[in-house]
Design a protein around this ligand. Structure first.
Ligand code: FE2
Length: 424
C-alpha cells in the first residue's frame, strides 16, 4: 500500500478503522487491516472524513474586500452596486491571483471541491476566462465546478443570455440564474423556464440564486421545481439561498416542501451570508432569512450549506472554513439535537458532493483517496471546535499538514501544563 491510516473514527460513528490507500484510490476500509504500507499515519482515534465540499461560492469576487471601497452599510444591495463599480476595473491576472490564493486557503482547510458561480454579465467574459484558467491550474488538487451566473438578470441584462451561451461554450459546467432580480415576478418565472430549457437541451445541471429576498410572496422555487419535473431534470437542479421560504406563509410551505422533494431539487443555504444580508428592512423582531433547513431535510430534500462569500463586496469575513459555515447553519436553524448536528456535518460533505455530482467521493473501497484527518474525535466535535485539519490527502498525496491545536498553560499556583488540548 502507499498509505495506511490507522485507528480512525469515521463521520458515521465507526471507530478503530484503518484505511488503506493504493494508487490514488481507497483499497480497503476495516478494523486492524493486516497490510504493510510505505507510509503509516496514526489517526489516534481522531476523525477522518472525506473532504469538505462548498456547494455555493463566488470565486470571481473573493478576496476583493475593500476594492474599490468597503461596503459601508453591509447590505446586499450596496454589495451588488459595489460589485458593479468593481467589475469594469477587473483584470484577469488579479482575479486569477486572488482565486489561486483562496484555493490555497481551501486546501489547508480540507476543502477540495467548490462550486463557484461566475458573473457572465460583463461582455468581455473576463472573469469566466480567469476562472476557467484557475480551474485548469487547481485541477490536480481541487474540483472546481463553474456556474454561469447572470448577476444582472438573464432577461434584464440585454446581452446576458448570449454571454451565458458563450460561457458554456468555453467550458462552464452549470447553468445559473437569478429570477428574483428580474424586473417582475412574471419575468422571473420566464427566466427560470428559459434557463431550465437551455440546460435540458445542453444536458447541463442547473443552480440558481432563487428567491434570495425576504419577500414572502416570492415564488420562483415553485417554478424551478415544476420546470425540473417537466423537463426531466430531477437530481440535477439546485435552488440556492431560498431565503424567502423563511418568511413564507406556513400553509403555502406545507404544499411547497413536497413539491420540491418530488422534483428532486436540492436546496443550498448559505448561513453566514443569509443571516447577515436578510432582514435588513426589519426593525424588531428581525428575521434571520435562512431557508427552512430542518423542514426541507425532513421532507427528504438534499440540503447543503455553502460559504457564498469570503472577503468580497458582500462579506468582509470568512477564511474558507466549511466547519465555520456548518457551525453557523446549525445555530441559525436551531439544529442542536444529536442527529441534527450530524446532518449539519453531512451538509458540508456528502450532500454537496451529491449535488455537484462528484465521482468516487466517500470512504469505501474504490473511492478516490481524498481524506482529511481532523483534530477532533467525531463529526459533531469537529463542528464544535472548528477543528484543525491535521492532514489533507488528495488522490493519495498529502497536500497539507498542520499541528494540532495545543497550548501550554501557566496557571498561578499550579504546575505548567504542556500539550494542553484546546476544548478536548
Ligand atoms: Fe451567491
Amino acid at each position: 500500500m502507499d498509505i495506511v491510516i490507522r485507528n480512525a473514527s469515521l463521520p458515521d460513528g465507526r471507530q478503530n478503522i484503518d484505511i488503506a490507500i493504493q494508487a490514488g484510490r481507497i483499497h480497503a476500509v476495516g478494523e486492524r487491516l493486516a497490510l504493510g504500507a510505505a507510509q503509516e499515519i496514526d489517526a489516534g482515534g481522531d476523525l477522518v472524513t472525506p473532504p469538505f465540499v462548498d456547494a455555493h461560492f463566488h470565486m470571481d469576487a473573493t478576496l476583493s474586500y475593500g476594492l474599490p471601497r468597503v461596503n459601508a452599510s453591509g447590505t446586499l444591495l450596496e454589495g451588488i452596486s459595489l460589485w458593479g463599480e468593481l467589475k469594469p476595473t477587473l483584470v484577469q491576472e488579479a482575479i486569477i491571483e486572488r482565486a489561486m490564493q483562496y484555493c490555497d486557503w481551501a486546501v489547508a482547510r480540507g476543502l477540495l471541491a467548490i462550486r463557484s458561480h461566475v458573473d457572465i454579465c460583463d461582455d468581455r467574459l473576463l472573469a469566466t476566462e480567469a476562472l476557467l484558467e484557475v480551474k485548469r491550474r487547481v485541477a490536480p488538487y481541487i474540483d472546481l465546478q463553474l456556474v454561469a451566473f447572470p448577476q444582472d438578470g438573464i432577461l434584464r441584462c440585454r446581452t446576458a443570455f448570449a454571454n451565458l451561451k458563450r460561457a458554456v461554450g468555453m467550458g462552464v459546467d452549470v447553468v445559473g440564474g437569478i429570477p428574483h432580480f428580474e424586473r417582475t415576478m412574471a419575468e422571473g418565472a420566464a427566466s427560470v423556464k428559459l434557463l431550465c430549457e437551455y440546460a435540458a437541451e445542453q444536458g447541463l445541471r442547473v443552480d440558481m440564486h432563487c428567491d434570495e429576498s425576504d419577500d414572502p410572496m416570492s415564488r420562483h422555487i415553485e417554478t424551478l421545481a415544476c420546470e425540473t419535473q417537466r423537463l426531466g431534470l430531477q437530481g440535477r437542479v439546485a435552488g440556492s439561498h431560498l431565503t424567502s421560504m423563511h418568511s413564507m406563509d406556513n400553509y403555502y410551505v406545507s404544499k411547497l416542501l413536497p413539491l420540491i422533494a418530488e422534483s428532486g431539487v436540492a436546496a443550498i443555504a448559505n448561513p453566514l451570508i443569509n443571516i447577515t444580508l436578510q432582514g435588513r428592512h426589519d426593525t424588531y423582531p428581525k428575521r434571520r432569512g435562512m431557508t427552512r433547513v430542518p423542514e426541507l431535510m425532513a421532507a427528504g430534500v438534499d440540503v447543503a450549506f455553502g460559504h457564498d462569500c469570503v472577503m468580497d463586496p458582500w462579506y468582509g469575513l470568512g477564511s474558507g472554513d466549511m466547519l465555520e459555515v456548518a457551525h453557523m447553519g446549525l445555530h441559525v436553524a436551531q439544529m442542536t439535537g444529536q442527529a441534527a448536528m450530524q446532518q449539519c456535518f453531512m451538509a458540508i460533505t456528502e450532500t454537496p458532493a451529491r449535488i455537484l455530482g462528484l465521482e468516487g467521493y466517500g470512504i469505501a473501497p474504490g473511492c478516490h483517496a481524498d481524506l482529511v484527518l481532523l483534530d477532533a474525535g467525531s463529526a459533531v466535535e469537529a463542528i464544535r471546535l472548528r477543528a484543525v485539519r491535521k492532514v489533507v490527502i488528495r488522490r493519495g498525496q498529502v497536500l497539507s499538514t498542520a499541528p494540532a491545536a495545543r497550548a501550554t498553560l501557566h496557571l498561578p499556583g499550579r504546575p505548567a501544563q504542556t500539550d494542553f488540548r484546546l476544548g478536548r
